[in-house]
Write a protein that binds this ligand. Structure first.
Ligand SMILES: [Fe+2]
Ligand SMILES: [Fe+2]
Length: 178
């Protein structure tokens, strides 16, 4: 398997944990920890939106170039990424309302659970259809080309910071369990 796919799968695993955290907070009877949700959404709007999804878009375009016949099976991944970016922004705005007022905004729980479901569905589809197709279809040369394109996607310090932030967020999953 491509190292790139392995890294994307690891990022999916982390994202699933963050989605579990959002769901848990949304269902908390005494109200969510808006500060934690604020941190999670700030992360979602930086690393996944600006790095994870663009990496997938590059792979997706490579598959489309390789064999346009397979793309309907994977659906329009880039459009889904745009929808997720919009959903992330909208849910983040709702979290900001909660953070500012200290009160649960109208329809907050429903919006949170819909956001989690949309994201989980996207990740599951990629794991089930997109990644296996990419592994099957792309040649070693094409993976090499992709690797060259995304080997320097941004400031390495940002990567480090994103990694630290993610670990800090995920550690809350266990600190606050129950
Ligand atoms: Fe994606
Ligand atoms: Fe993904």
């Amino acid at each position: 398997m491509s190292e790139m796919i392995a890294a994307l799968k690891e990022e999916h695993a982390s994202m699933r944990d963050l989605l579990d955290l959002i769901e848990r907070e949304a269902k908390r009877p005494e109200g969510p920890d808006y500060g934690l949700l604020h941190e999670i959404m700030a992360y979602c709007r930086t690393y996944p939106d600006q790095f994870h999804h663009p990496k997938e878009d590059l792979i997706y375009r490579a598959i489309c170039r390789h064999d346009p016949r397979v793309t309907p099976a994977i659906d329009d991944l880039e459009a889904e990424h745009e929808e997720l970016a919009i959903a992330s922004r909208e849910f983040a705005e709702l979290v900001e309302q909660g953070l500012a007022s200290g009160a649960r905004p109208p329809a907050f729980t429903e919006m949170a659970l819909a956001f989690v479901a949309q994201y989980r569905g996207h990740i599951e589809k990629e794991d089930r259809e997109f990644f296996p197709s990419a592994v099957e279809i792309l040649s070693p040369e094409e993976w090499q080309e992709l690797g060259d394109q995304i080997s320097h996607p941004g400031d390495p310090l940002f990567y480090q910071t994103a990694g630290d932030r993610l670990q800090a967020l995920l550690s809350r999953k266990f600190d606050q369990a129950g």
